[in-house]
Design a protein around this ligand. Sequence first.
Ligand SMILES: [Zn+2]
Length: 555
Amino acid sequence: MRSSILTFLLCSAVVAMPVGAQAPALPSAARAAPINVNTLKTMTRTLSSDAFEGRAPTTPGETKTVAYLIAQMKRAGLKPGNNGSWTQDVPLVETISSPGALEISGGSAPLSFAYKTDFVASTYQVVPRSELKDSELVFVGYGINAPEKGWNDYAGLDVKGKTVVILINDPDYEMQGLDGPFNGRAMTYYGRWTYKYEEAARQGAAAAIIVHDTFPAAYPWGVVVSSWTGPQLGIELPGGRMDQSKAIGWVTLDAAKKIFASAGQDFTALSAAAKRPGFKAVPLDLKANLAFDNSIRKQASKNVIGILPGKAQKDEYVLYSAHWDHLGRCEPIDGDDICNGALDNATGTAGLVALGQAQTRAGAADRTMIFLAVTAEESGLLGSEYYAANPVYPLAQTAGGINMDGLNVVGPTRDVTIVGSGKSELEAYLARAVKDQGRIIVPEASPEKGSFYRSDHFSLAKLGVPMVYAKSGEDQVNGGVTAGHAAAEDYTNNRYHKPQDEYDPNWTWTGAVQDLQIYYRIGRELANSKNWPNWYASAEFRAIRDRSRASEAEK
Ligand SMILES: [Zn+2]
């Protein structure tokens, strides 16, 4: 069946017609946008080839990737998106830290933990050497300060100069439903590792150590090691980020249990207590010592931007985004040390260009469409964070956007999942398109993973732009949810952030094309409308959007 569907899709491309927003019902052929599967396959295969060395920012892999992307955007018919240039410089600082042992004293016996095996550590501070001397350890539970929820794990605590030990995820992640104080099973931003370090720094902690646990973290220790032991990238900011903690890192669950036991404390019991409202942080009467040199390298990476200029409301924008970067050279497995990042996110980057190709072929819409390939997503959404803070096109004039991170190459599905659903009116556009495909929208299979906070749409959402991040669900046409879930598990356990995330010529692209046709349609409808879909009142981004639109209206 695969090959026949491919032939069908290619041919329908020829009959593509412009799509109007609130226009009357459109013939299905026009709704089934002309997504060029050869573009998807060729670009994914090329971007994930060993020659691109896993596309790490500020490496030769970047140079190749950026040049290739520009050539493909040109070939798709897009125009340079940054005032005549195809790129936006993103100033990055690369830090390679080389920790010795983590020494814990003051307990029943001195403890010494080995780098990579028991802990990882680095720093956001731009300094040649980081030193933690006799820093008191304090267990702060989930390390959350959420005034709007009446929850503060740092209440009445002074952690300046101290080392805080923090649990990953948020207090109610074990619930089955979504109606807990922290959205139950769904992870809130408070559950993300980035938030934990941000809050610890705000509290003045000298160091912040997160306890790894596979289920609440949603990935095994190996992913922590492969993500934390190579070069750490950060956006270069004035002042060298001295407002951040001296050291940030993770310890394994076993190491944490040993630390608590040496303090005469029961880690499991204290973790349970940390889930309950009113939890009070616990000084462990232990001292941490850790020192490491940091080799610092400052270099700009690049966001790549192409546009399809609008024909009417030219200074209003619709945005498509996907990150082009991946981990580069990583922890070797079976002698292979290139993390090729085929699914993550060569597929999404190929999808971005294929959408540019299809939209250009359909002709200019009323609003301008932006195709933004961002850098350094794997290092903490840095390229999109930098674009959002330094937008080439005003965020207040950006009506909405769609992000892609990993396309479906398993097979067509009966369902679509909105990651972080129930947040914005843009989801109504998605619902229409999904319905027209005869598919249904289902809740996220794993809301505990906090996927909404783990890709680039979040950087723009944080500053108010309504963003959709949706993709095929697990209900495979061939094999149902069983097949879909097995494929997702196989990817997470065997290929996610590993050298094994490689291009497979046997991949089925029908599912990816289904999703891209939805992204195509949402973008087209929004770009041919005068609508300004907003966040729902309950969404954490509504207030900032209202403010930015209001200040735009005053201009
Ligand atoms: Zn990704």
